[in-house]
Design a binder for this molecule. Structure first.
Ligand code: GTP
Ligand code: MG
Length: 138
């Protein structure tokens, strides 16, 4: 059993799509084991996406991530990291497979509705960035 970290991003929370997105995770066999709705600060968004700090879209990405509240979650299941990325679909909705979250809901490559960790190391870091041990119920 594995855990991954997910963000339901501002474009999705703004359009009241949280429940529809969580349903996609649950249908794929992922269980929500921690969840909260928060407003990121600019410093938090910049730190979270620090790996992209030299990319041309970094400023735009961080401003977008603070434009509305987000829902941060820990998802658990067999191969949760890969399974979550499969359900999310490709970064750019134009390339995303039918039935994926980004295909159904994303507006653009930037406003793409969800984030999911890409490896076990980043999953552990990202979970620890947003959740304390006491918030993680098995
Ligand atoms: P995350 O799960 O959010 O990390 O998405 P990803 O792993 O599929 O994509 P990546 O890590 O390469 O990019 C992180 C995020 O930056 C994406 O999800 C987009 O929101 C944003 N992003 C990536 N490429 C572009 C771009 O060309 N323009 C803009 N505006 N945003 C981008
Ligand atoms: Mg990524």
């Amino acid at each position: 059993i594995q855990r991954t970290f997910s963000i339901i991003k501002p474009d999705a929370t703004k359009r009241n799509l949280t429940g529809k997105i969580v349903a996609k995770f649950e249908e794929a066999g992922l269980r929500v084991v921690a969840s909260k709705r928060i407003q990121l600060t600019l410093a938090q968004a910049q730190a979270f996406y620090g790996v992209h700090k030299d990319r041309p879209f970094f400023g735009e990405l961080c401003e977008y991530m603070i434009s509305e509240p987000v829902v941060v979650q820990v998802l658990e299941g067999e191969n949760a990291i890969a399974k979550n990325r499969e359900v999310m679909g490709a970064t750019n909705p134009a390339d995303a497979a039918e039935g994926t979250i980004r295909k159904e809901f994303a507006l653009s490559v930037g406003e793409n509705s969800v984030h999911g960790s890409d490896a076990p190391e980043t999953a552990a870091e990202e979970i620890a960035f947003f959740f304390s041990g006491i918030e993680l119920v098995g």
